[in-house]
Structure formats: C-alpha cells, structure tokens
Design a binder for this molecule. Sequence first.
Ligand SMILES: Cc1ncc(COP(=O)(O)O)c(C=O)c1O
Length: 379
Amino acid sequence: MRDHSIRDFWPLDPAITYLNHGGFGVTPREVAAVQADFRARIEANPMRFMMGEYPAAVRASAAALAAFLGAKAEDIVFTENATSGLNAVLRSLDFAPGDEIVVPTLAYGAMMKAARYVASRTGAKIVTPEIPLPLPSHQAAIDAVTAAFSPRTKLVLIDHIVSPTGFGLPVRAIADAAHAAGAQVLIDGAHAPGHIPLVMAETGGDWYVGNLHKWLFVPRACGFLWAGGAARHLIHPLAISHGYEQGLTAEFDWTGTHDPTPILCVPAAIAFHEKLGGAALMQRNAVLLREALDRVAAAFQTPLGAAPALFASMGTVGLPQRFGATDAEAAALRRTLSDAHRIEAVISAQKGQLWLRLAAQAYNEIADYERLIAVLRTL
Ligand SMILES: Cc1ncc(COP(=O)(O)O)c(C=O)c1O
C-alpha cells in the first residue's frame, strides 16, 4: 500500500505536515467509527450498558491489552491518561521526611511537579540526577541515575522514552539497581505502547504507566497502569469510589461515571496497529525517523540528541544557533512553523540550543521531513 493511501486512514487535514504523533496521537477513522458505535449503543440504554455490559467490557479490553503487553489482565487497569496513573502511584505511597524520590532531569515537566507536590506534603526530597544531552549510550544514563541512589532513596521515577528528546532509557538496568538499593520503581511509559515492543515484567518496574492515545491509536483519553508484583496492593486511583477495598481492578474499573468509549476501543485499536504491521510498523517508523534525523543533521550540521540506536520512532536533532537558544525562541519557531507553514513539530530549548523533536508514524513519509528542511532553510 502506498503511503498516500495509508494517510487516508486518518482524518488529518491534508494541508498539514504532522510530525508530532508523539505529542498528540491521531485516532484512525476506523477506530473512531468503533467509538461512535459504542456511543450509540450506550445512549440507546445507558443504564443497561453502564451497569450490565460495562464491567465485563472493561475487563475484555484489559485482557486484549494484557495480551499485547505480555501481561496478565488482572494486573492491568485503565486510567484517563499517563498523568492520572502516575499521580495515582505517587500519591498512594507513604513518604517520610528525608525520604528521597529520584526524578532525573528531562522527566516530563508535569511529572516533576507531581513529585514536587508529594514531596512538599510529606517532607520527602526530590533528587534530580542529570541525564546527559546528547546521550552517548545507555550506560551513561545508568551511571548518571544510579549515582544518585542513597540509603534514603525510596522511589525512582524513570521515563521509558524521554519526552523532550525521544531517546529511550534502559529502564530494566536502572530498576534492578534501584531494587538492589532498596527503592521501588515507577516507570513512565507515556510514549511506549505501540512505539516499541513491550513485555511488562521485563521492564523491571513495580508499576508501569503508559498512554494508549499516543502510539497505540486508542481515542483520547486513555492510559493504563500495570502493577504485576507485590506492590500492586499499595496503590489506589486518584478518585476513591465504589470499588474501594475490593482490590486493584475493582478500584480502578470504576472511579465515577466517565466516558468508557476510549477503553472499549482498545481491542479495535490493537487490531488496527496489527493490521498496519504491528512490530513491522514500529520498525518501519523507526527507520523513517532515523533517515529524517540524519537528513536534518546533515542539512544544518547539527548533532543528534543521542546515539542513533537510542531512538525508535521519535527523536531530536539540534538546530543551528541562528534560531536562538531560549524557551521563547523555541516557542516562536514552533508557532511560525505551525501558523505560516502548517508544519507541526516540537521545538525545545535545552543546554543553550534549540532542539527539533520529530516523530514518524505510518502516515509520514520522507517528503514530510524534506519539506520541513526546505522551510527551515528559508527562515
Ligand atoms: C514522558 C511523559 N509522561 C507523561 C506524559 C503525560 O501524558 P498525558 O498528558 O497523556 O497524561 C507525557 C505526555 O506527553 C510524557 O511525554
């Protein structure tokens, strides 16, 4: 199938060049149609659906996701997004004054704030080891993070794929070292499902949180939380509701009346991902992204944000100094690309220069990135 016809699977405006699937995924038309069917079924008799069909349907979605993630359905619950799953874990744990929560630099800003909030209420301390940028190797990340561990380390919050840069982190090695140091591990996999192959238990975390509305094609808003080990009993959803004290799945399956249709679309979204190739799609996207990053780096003689092997389908490349170096200049350039050229991409300021974060999804082709390069040359 040619890439142009693949693009027709999504309702994207044909006039835009969308290079930020990582930031906000796009729901494919056929998954959106499944969601519309569920909406119609629910509205035909809300009482019957929500009380009669929803409990089994949410577990069926958990079973489908568990199969996709190499996990057990009883260890999987749904959240509205990664933010609420990560907050649920952070705010369920008991911290004492002086306990340390390790949150490396480049962590998603909102999660750093959630950790700060928890610390401010408990007297715990946030420790922020610096992840090198550019990141030369996984070992460099392991060295940086583990050097911050101490006998007071209680929790390590580590990204699987780092948001501002797109590179992956060796979560298993970091988790093993954290456990050896007596700490627990919360993995932020907001970008991972559908982006890189995943087997939950192999990640090494006590808890793993991910988004399904980014790379797995589930309609917004849908995330999940995996809790496969002994630590599963320690956590509760942000909203305590009817399921309280009835175990993990009962507590999370009902957190109050909500729109269940994104969760109900999980099997259809996984089927769509597999229809486009599953593992082969992820591989195809990673190859395209690598080519795109190399072309930008060659065009502007700038560095990549990491050794190339550390990127999958999202990655960063530096921009020349003439574009500036501040947050304000990054925001201005992003707006210019969007408003004047209809190109959506992420620009950030880090370590004295601007970085361009690109994503590659099935609807992208190399011409998209060539267009971006051509526009950047004119600015
Ligand atoms: C690493 C990371 N964590 C958490 C989030 C939050 O995701 P959401 O806004 O869907 O909760 C993001 C969003 O991009 C992210 O990149």
